[in-house]
Design a protein around this ligand. Structure first.
Ligand SMILES: Nc1ncnc2c1ncn2[C@@H]1O[C@H](COP(=O)(O)OP(=O)(O)O)[C@@H](O)[C@H]1O
Ligand SMILES: [Mg+2]
Length: 383
């Protein structure tokens, strides 16, 4: 099997090494990028000519479209808890995507069951941070489940598998994995952010109880229970005993309340958004809401709409058109993180002017501690 892999060069560039995993839609391999030497994860769709049986999709053609859709969504995102996509291509008329390789990653439940409540809440918060980012960009994941949320060996949560991800309000067909689908989806109502929150609720339940909230093998029973029965919350705290401190009991009771509300039968009865869930979990654990890390802040800045720099953009465009008339100039756009200096230059240079111009751009960071000790503080030298 391995010999057959290594003979293949996918997209004339990627050498398959071994299989990392598979899901309803595709198989994921560890592969070497012969161009860069980097080891990556490469996902190919499974070739099934009729009735693929994947989450919400049917034929091979559908899987191909799904993979293209997955690449499109992922390419527009950058977040520390969302997998980074690298490349998209075709091999034997079948598309593939490459992404950052999560070496020795474990799925959400493998990493989170049988550990402390504190750690379980950490994992949930990172998952919710990714979801807050997606939802703020009006993207629904629609297939959150343990196999689609990995935890790296450094303990970082990474959400993957965006095959069913869609823009809010543009969902055309019901999709997902049965055990994680909200009651309203089973009743053929439209997916909303609340359906993703429900899936987080199921995962949170599994994390604490080590079993699914509706513990049955029978599909019809499952559907009936999801639609009309409240989950039994007792297994969430079944392992507590007389040695459990009062403080820990208090924490558990707060977290169980959050899970209960995430699993509410109607979308309106769940929390408004992922950020609110983070707040409630932190309150239950008596800890402060985590400050936005630089990476998360940057992810929101990159996803933000570009507004309020029209005058600067006009000025830059003017300079570019002058340069095209042989009056060149050099421009330095300076500003603190968030001022949009980089987006400004990108919009100008990669906008309509780029077709006729050769432009050189770069980023310069002034450091708080200047290596040549010139005394400059951040940005101060450019006034
Ligand atoms: N970037 C990655 N690094 C390591 N393993 C991965 C990566 N992406 C996926 N996998 C493994 O492959 C499995 C299937 O990937 P997934 O994208 O969920 O495919 P599908 O769409 O077929 O469900 C995952 O559950 C995981 O075990
Ligand atoms: Mg999957």
């Amino acid at each position: 099997m391995l010999a057959a892999f290594s003979e293949q060069l996918i997209g004339r560039r990627y050498q398959l090494l071994n299989k990392l995993g598979e899901g309803g839609m595709g198989t994921v391999y560890r592969a070497v990028d012969r161009l860069t030497g980097q080891t990556v994860a490469l996902k190919r769709v499974i070739l099934v000519e009729d009735g693929g049986g994947g989450a919400g999709t049917g034929s091979t053609t559908d899987f191909r479209v799904t993979l293209a859709q997955e690449f499109k969504v992922l390419a527009s995102m950058r977040h520390p808890h969302i997998i980074s996509v690298l490349d998209y291509g075709f091999h034997d008329k079948t598309p593939f995507v490459t992404m950052e390789l999560l070496e020795n990653a474990r799925n959400f439940l493998e990493a989170g069951t049988d550990t402390t409540l504190d750690h379980q809440v950490d994992l949930l918060i990172e998952l919710l941070q990714a979801l807050a980012y997606l939802h703020r960009r009006s993207i629904l994941h629609r297939d959150l489940k343990p196999g689609n949320v990995l935890v790296t060996r450094d303990g970082l949560v990474k959400v993957l598998d965006f095959g069913l991800a869609t823009e809010l309000g543009k969902v055309e067909e019901i999709g997902g994995t049965l055990g994680y689908m909200a009651p309203e989806l089973l009743m053929e109502q439209d997916a909303t952010r609340a359906a993703d929150l429900y899936a987080v609720g199921v995962m949170a339940y599994e994390l604490l109880a080590n079993q699914h909230p509706f513990n049955t093998e029978d599909m019809m029973t499952l559907v009936r229970q999801v639609i009309s029965e409240s989950p039994d919350l007792a297994p969430l705290t079944a392992h507590l005993n007389e040695d459990t401190s009062k403080e820990e009991r208090f924490q558990y009771s707060g977290v169980v309340d959050v899970i209960d509300r995430l699993l509410a039968k109607t979308p309106d009865a769940r929390y408004d958004d992922a950020d609110t869930v983070i707040e409630k979990l932190c309150a239950a654990m008596s800890r402060p809401v985590p400050k936005e890390s630089a990476a998360i802040r940057e992810s929101f800045l990159q996803a933000a709409l570009f507004v309020g720099r029209e005058a600067e953009l006009r000025q830059l465009s003017g300079a570019l058109s002058q340069a095209q008339r042989t009056q060149g100039s050099a421009w330095l756009i300076a500003g603190e993180s968030g001022w949009a200096s980089h987006v400004c230059s990108k919009n100008c240079v990669f906008g309509r002017w780029s077709k006729a111009s050769l432009c050189l751009t770069g980023r310069l960071s002034l450091m708080a501690d200047c290596p040549i000790n010139c005394g400059a503080r951040r940005c101060a030298g450019w006034r």
